[in-house]
Design a protein around this ligand. Structure first.
Ligand code: PEP
Length: 252
């Protein structure tokens, strides 16, 4: 972790959470964070859109921020079932994840679509968390860095800066599997992402790079200590304050 970049610990709740229990969890997390006057990191939960407004209301004053998990590229219109970045902002979001591998795989989101969604996120005044990562097949074929290059080059929107964009490296094979890359592998990919960014934007050295994929309390400190890792994107272990807190604590 670097002094130059404020760490971000982000929870991605995916399609999990009903109101009562979710509000309890965010209250619990807020109470734990609240004991730290001036947290040294940003703390984010990206709940399902149905919970955003109420969770944002409950989190007010606690340093826990809210984000969306996905958005449509357009601000409004005839797109049944979709949600725009402006709507997420209106519901209390400060960030939006785009290009998560589950969206890329389940909804056929290409780099061009991810870039359009990232642009929409910026247009709405939110920070875009742009996800990249190789599949197991790509890793085994020694294509990891090539895949990452393609994704970074083609998913970043025009106007991306260190204040409006975060890049999350999430190897697809590590998501929800309990498997993680070695710290040397994480270091190599994060360095590669930073190099790619430095060819694209002026303040690349200030862009926060998150690691995601089976982060939990027991491995967070080791992963957060890797050079160019500025925080984590956490799925399963972000669903309860009890599991998320030890990860947050590595940065707070
Ligand atoms: C994710 O889906 O972004 C993720 C990192 O999931 P998990 O932590 O459960 O592997």
């Amino acid at each position: 972790m670097s002094n130059m970049r404020r760490p971000l610990i982000a929870g991605n709740w995916k399609m999990n959470g009903l109101a009562d229990e979710s509000l309890r969890q965010v209250q619990d997390l807020g109470a734990r964070v609240g004991k730290f006057d001036d947290p040294a990191c940003d703390i984010l939960i990206c709940p399902p859109a149905t919970l955003l407004r109420e969770m944002a209301r409950v989190a007010v004053g606690s340093s826990v921020k809210m984000g969306g998990q996905n958005c449509h590229a357009e601000p409004s219109g005839a797109h049944t079932g979709d949600i725009s970045a402006e709507m997420l902002k209106d519901s209390g979001a400060r960030y939006c994840i785009v290009g998560h591998s589950e969206r890329r795989a389940d909804h056929g989101e290409t780099n061009a679509i991810v870039r359009a969604k990232a642009a929409a996120t910026l247009r709405a005044g939110l920070v875009a968390i742009i996800c990249v990562g190789e599949t197991l097949e790509e890793r085994e074929a020694d294509k990891t860095l090539d895949v990452i290059t393609e994704q970074v080059k083609n998913s970043l929107p025009a106007g991306a800066t260190a204040t409006n964009v975060v890049v999350a490296y999430e190897p697809v094979w590590a998501i929800g599997t309990g498997k993680t890359p070695t710290t040397l592998d994480v270091k190599a990919v994060h360095r590669h992402i930073r190099e790619e960014l430095s060819r694209m934007i002026n303040d690349a050295d200030r862009v926060r790079l998150l690691y995601g994929g089976s982060v939990k309390g027991s491995n967070a400190a080791e992963l957060m200590a890797v050079e160019n890792v500025d925080g984590a994107l956490v799925g399963g272990a972000s669903l309860t304050a009890e599991d998320f807190w030890p990860i947050v604590k590595t940065c707070i």
